[in-house]
Write a protein that binds this ligand. Structure first.
Ligand code: SF4
Length: 373
């Protein structure tokens, strides 16, 4: 049935607008390697399965959740084709290399392979499960917690995670050029309580070095800011992005940088990805990891313990284990909180305290993440 998913891809417009933007920005042969890799990333379920030798078992509905053709409509009126137009497949080659060929249950594959379960309408699931839209205080700028503000710097990512809580975010409403950002930066200047700026998206490291340098320069000049936090999955899925030039941008900033990366499974933390994390840590930039507890992907103590061990062995800190944010189309990834608590209790018996992440849920309107204990 992956054939059907793929045929949906072929007939659909190439991608959503945020995907087209990525492609249009990255066409020159003179671009850095990471930009060429991003431009060449896999953008169809058919090709993804073909590359993994999975064509023959694509009909296994247990493996893929694919039980009908891609024009089938869910109770919310969407077809998988329409979902894929808005949130297409996107997988860089580096991430693909870490998947096991011919394994339909590969934990990295399951994070990025579309499923017909995305059509399910589940009570309690919504388009904006973490209250992003009610937190906007200036275009592209969110504040949920005291002392911190978050910038939706860009709509693009280097991978599309099917459980993403921002998969429906109206990125087109955020500023793009620095000039467009100016009114929001002015609001930031006026709010002297904010001491930490979080660059998020999408993924802020999709921005090229020049644009990042200009943005960091503007933020450097805001004297009440002390720290710059980067929420990024690029060191995990597109490790070639972690160049010396990129690290220099943050090393040379007045602001204390902190990278918060996003790896869910120990199999992600190998080869070029492991090297990128070590390079970042050795550049003096703290690296924290946040993972999402995902059914059938990392919902065992054994997997979580290995994820935490690999992180600390690379010099990164397991920061958060998130209970899934209930975004529409992702209910098939949710595990029970009871299981999550059991995993954390067992991790505490196996690992040093600093290697055990906080198990949290984000509840809109709360003054911080809610710890699940
Ligand atoms: S990288 Fe982050 S923002 Fe982008 S799709 Fe994945 S979870 Fe969402």
């Amino acid at each position: 049935m992956i054939k059907n998913l793929a045929s949906g891809d072929k007939t659909a417009p190439k991608a959503i607008s945020r995907d087209r933007e990525t492609i249009s920005v990255i066409t020159s042969k003179n671009k850095p390697q990471w930009q060429r890799e991003l431009a060449n990333a896999i953008r169809s379920a058919d090709l993804l399965c073909e590359r993994l030798g999975l064509k023959a078992i694509g009909h296994d509905s247990k493996a893929t959740g694919a039980e009908s053709n891609s024009t089938q409509k869910g109770t919310n009126g969407h077809s998988l084709q329409s979902i894929l137009r808005q949130f297409p497949v996107l997988v860089p080659e580096s991430f693909l290399r870490r998947m096991t060929p011919r394994d339909p249950r590969d934990p990295l594959l399951l994070q990025v392979l579309p499923s017909f379960h995305e059509l399910d309408k589940t009570v309690g699931y919504s388009f904006d499960p973490v209250g992003d839209r009610q937190s906007v205080f200036a275009p592209g700028m969110l504040q949920k917690y005291r002392g911190r503000a978050l910038m939706i710097t860009v709509g693009q990512c280097a991978v599309h995670c099917r459980y993403c809580f921002r998969r429906n975010y109206p990125y087109h409403q955020s500023p793009r050029s620095l000039e467009q950002w100016e009114p929001s930066l002015e609001k930031l200047r006026q709010n002297r309580q904010i001491e930490e700026i979080i660059l998020s998206g999408g993924d802020p490291l999709v921005l090229g070095d020049q644009r990042l340098a200009k943005l960091i320069g503007r933020l450097d000049a805001i004297d009440h800011l002390k720290r710059i936090r980067i929420h990024t999955r690029l060191p995990i899925v597109l490790p070639s992005r972690v160049t010396e030039g990129l690290l220099d941008l943050f090393r040379n900033s007045r602001l204390q940088p902190i990278f918060v990366v996003h790896a869910n499974h120990p199999n992600e933390l190998v080869d070029d990805c492991a090297e990128a994390i070590v390079r970042t840590v050795r550049a003096g930039i703290p690296v924290l990891n946040q993972a999402v507890l995902l059914k059938g992907i990392n919902d065992t103590t054994e997997t979580q313990a290995e994820l935490c061990r690999r992180l600390i062995n690379l010099g990164a800190i397991p920061y958060y284990l998130h209970q899934l944010d209930r975004v529409e189309g992702a209910a098939h990834f949710e595990t029970g909180v009871t299981l999550g608590k059991k995993i954390i209790d067992e991790l505490k018996q196996q690992l040093p305290g600093y290697a055990v992440p906080k198990y949290v849920r984000e509840i809109p309107g709360e003054p911080g993440k809610t710890e699940l204990t």
